[in-house]
Design a protein around this ligand. Sequence first.
Ligand SMILES: *[C@@H]1O[C@H](CO)[C@@H](O)[C@H](O)[C@H]1NC(C)=O
Length: 313
Amino acid sequence: MASSIPLNPLHISTLISLLLLLALVLPLGSSKKVDIRTVLTYHKGPLLTGDLNLTILWYGRFGRVQKSTIRNFIRSLNHNGNFNLEPRVSTWWKTIESYQSIKSSRHHKNPSIRVQVVKQMTDNSYSVGKILTQNSIPGLVQKAKSGSVAVIFTARDVSVQGLCTGKCSQHGIMGKGSLHQLYIMVGNPESECPGECGWPFHKADQGPQSLPLQPPNGDIGADAMVIGFATALAGTVTNPYKNGYFQGPKTNPLEAVSACPGMFGSGAFPGYAGKVHVDPHDGGCFNAHGVNGKKFLLPAVWNPKTSACWTTM
Ligand SMILES: *[C@@H]1O[C@H](CO)[C@@H](O)[C@H](O)[C@H]1NC(C)=O
């Protein structure tokens, strides 16, 4: 009797395993219906407003296309222009600007944040080496024009401590009080970590796979740096002093763009970037038009009005 089917220990353990397996599988299978929304909390600190001046440091050797792609993206932010092409880079930037009016409900119109490059420097000789650590940053950012945000772009053969491992760009602050210096650091992932920071233009190292998209400016490094820079710039404006909009730990927060990872168009899910346009001439994938006929693929932004991730299309 002890060996009758329902009491057989082997069967019981199989049954338990099956139940456990079901318990594991079922929530995953139904996860599409569960809308787990990240909510960024406002921590009452200042946001950046008004003019946003940038000093760019090109660290290492860059190609002409790489520099012009990034400069055209910056020029596109405030370009509402007389062209009928939608969607636009400036629409993306307006979502970042809209954080101001949520903070102070007295602003009905979002004041614009005008971004301009006030100084550019080039370091072709890799003056502090090809491996940058957090200690390299003060020396690099000190030549920034006063009152500007220092933006360091590193060439493809430079490794940056802290990038390529879950993060493709970073922003922060050096010094204190009136002498403080805001900075942004963006790495070119083309040879350092294309599977981590080159997605969706390169096969991902991990997770679900999809066919890589053609970069809109024909350069994986430049088009990935636009995404990394857009992410850090959005974080700089909405959480410049680590007490603006963020969720999670202060040292590694989710911010305006990083709260919406891996999304570029509607219908995105892990491994699929979402609906984007494909240029019929060169196959480049994009979701935003900019100046000089340029096109860009811009990441989703957490929209403070709806508390949801928003994409340009
Ligand atoms: C930005 O640069 C312009 C000149 O290009 C200057 O007039 C303005 O004061 C600067 N803004 C800040 C915040 O430094």
